[in-house]
Design a protein around this ligand. Structure first.
Ligand code: HSE
Length: 464
């Protein structure tokens, strides 16, 4: 049980520790109507941290007026204090000793934007155990250790808020956790990686090759010099693990997510998709399904996907992100915006900071609810529609033999187009929903047919 004591004397929000089983927060509410002072300890001062310090300074008077909270960043932990960060705080606020920021009695709330798993996990755990609310933008931390951290926050009656960890400025965590708390959510599909969306958009709009579009993304600062985390879907995978946890109340970790990246997508794939009135997007998908034995399961995966041009996700271009939620009573929803960048991400952190501070002042916290252990669907069991193209000899009976292979594996063809290539032909298929294992068996057998010259890209399609 958490209990709260309210001390009506001017002062600060001061968390205090109770014995096992509860945290007592003594909140010194100013009795004169002046805003409560909230002293923020910041872990990390890169693009997001520096933008947060600037935003807090800019918005401080209005936040004090409208929310009765006087936010001030008082301590900042960085790796190197010698760097000039040009942020509006005094130089002696910086330290390389992050643990001292967490344990500082003059720090009420911790903001963690340092990234990575350790020491972030240790620092966040210590703060929560000490009854200090934490705001984090760290998707990797939550996608690997979320369950233990949410439980720690709950046990100590403090907030652990993380809107900025998924899709930057786009409000998606709070809608999933609060606004849609009464909704059975069936599926969430997100474009949650701006770098890959920029690359695919460039390939579609300008006919750029994958490599040229990647180099442009690197020159613009979207892609890292080692782009693996973005282009192979690991960044999106961590985000979809967090989305699935919140949307379904289930323990989902990054290691549960199936990944395919975009590095194999060619200009020919983009053009063939366009001919079929589709575009290609790297989608992060979290969905509820039912296993063959009737047990509920959750599918979590990241892969390039053909999206019909009339689907709302098809209009999300450049480095923008969007999250599309399919729910029972509310129907379909899409949230769209900036998924990365210093100020957009810092805006989401600031929203959480205000919320965590206000909750602390009122003596309650946000909850993620009970997390259940739910089976993760093996990729072989996942049902998707597929696009595939194969090059075959152009002679009588070939199409029939190819179609027979699909039928023998229970894969139903939704559409087929043929394009002549001299003595050969390209057959482009879109299937109805098929299990991955059946599609894979179909491909194996197609490859063994004498008339099949090559099997090109195989991509999933948003459809039935
Ligand atoms: N690298 C990510 C992106 C942003 O391109 O969207 C941080 O998760």
């Amino acid at each position: 049980m958490t209990s709260w004591l309210v001390n009506q004397q001017p002062g600060n929000l001061t968390p205090d520790r109770a014995g096992p089983g509860g945290t007592v927060v003594v909140m010194n509410l100013p009795s004169d109507g002046s805003p409560s002072s909230v002293r923020v300890g910041l872990l990390g001062c890169g693009h997001v941290g520096a933008a947060l310090v600037a935003l807090v300074a800019e918005r401080r008077p209005e936040i004090a007026r409208r929310r009765a909270l006087d936010l001030e960043v008082v301590r900042i932990a960085v790796r190197n204090t010698a760097i000039d960060r040009d942020v509006p705080v005094s130089g002696d606020s910086f330290t390389t000793d992050a643990a001292s920021v967490v344990s500082d009695p003059d720090v009420d709330v911790i903001v963690e934007v340092m990234g990575g798993i350790e020491p972030a996990r240790e620092l966040v755990s210590t703060a929560l155990a000490a009854g200090k609310p934490v705001v984090t933008a760290n998707k990797d931390l939550l996608a690997n250790h979320g369950a233990e951290l949410y439980a720690l926050a709950e046990a100590n009656g403090v907030d652990l808020l993380f809107e900025a960890a998924v899709a930057g400025a786009i409000p998606i965590m709070r809608p999933l956790r609060e606004s849609l708390a009464g909704e059975p959510i069936n599926r969430v599909m997100g474009i949650v990686n701006g770098t890959t969306n920029f690359i695919l958009s460039r390939m579609a709009a300008d006919g750029a090759s994958y490599v040229d579009a990647l180099v442009e993304a690197q020159n613009l600062g979207y892609a890292e010099s080692d782009p693996t985390a973005d282009v192979e879907g690991y960044d999106a995978g961590a985000k979809v693990a967090v989305i699935a946890t919140v949307a379904f109340g289930a323990m989902v970790v990054a290691g549960d997510v199936y990944h395919e990246g975009i590095s194999g997508i060619t200009q020919a794939d983009i053009e063939l998709a366009a001919d079929l009135q589709h575009c290609i997007k790297l989608l992060a998908v979290a969905e509820r399904t039912v296993a063959d034995d009737g047990e509920p399961q959750i599918g979590v995966r990241v892969h390039p996907t053909l999206v019909p041009l009339d689907h709302p996700l098809a209009s999300v271009n450049g480095s923008f992100n969007a999250v599309f939620v399919e729910s029972a009573a509310a129907g379909d929803l899409m949230l769209y915006g900036r998924g990365a960048g210093g100020r957009p991400t810092a805006s989401a952190v600031l929203g959480d900071l205000i919320d965590a501070s206000a909750n602390m002042a009122r003596g309650h916290g946000a909850t993620i609810g009970t997390l259940e252990q739910v089976r993760i669907a093996p990729i072989d069991d996942v049902v998707s529609a597929f696009y595939l193209n194969i090059e075959v000899d152009d002679r009588p009976g070939v199409l029939a033999s190819v179609a027979t292979v699909f039928g023998e594996h229970g894969v139903s063809i939704r559409s087929m187009e043929q394009e002549g290539l001299g003595g050969e032909a390209r057959l482009v298929f879109i299937t109805h929903g098929a299990r991955e294992r059946d599609l894979r068996a179909t491909l194996d057998e197609l490859r063994s047919l004498e008339a099949v010259r090559a099997v090109g890209s195989v991509l999933r399609v948003i459809g039935d």
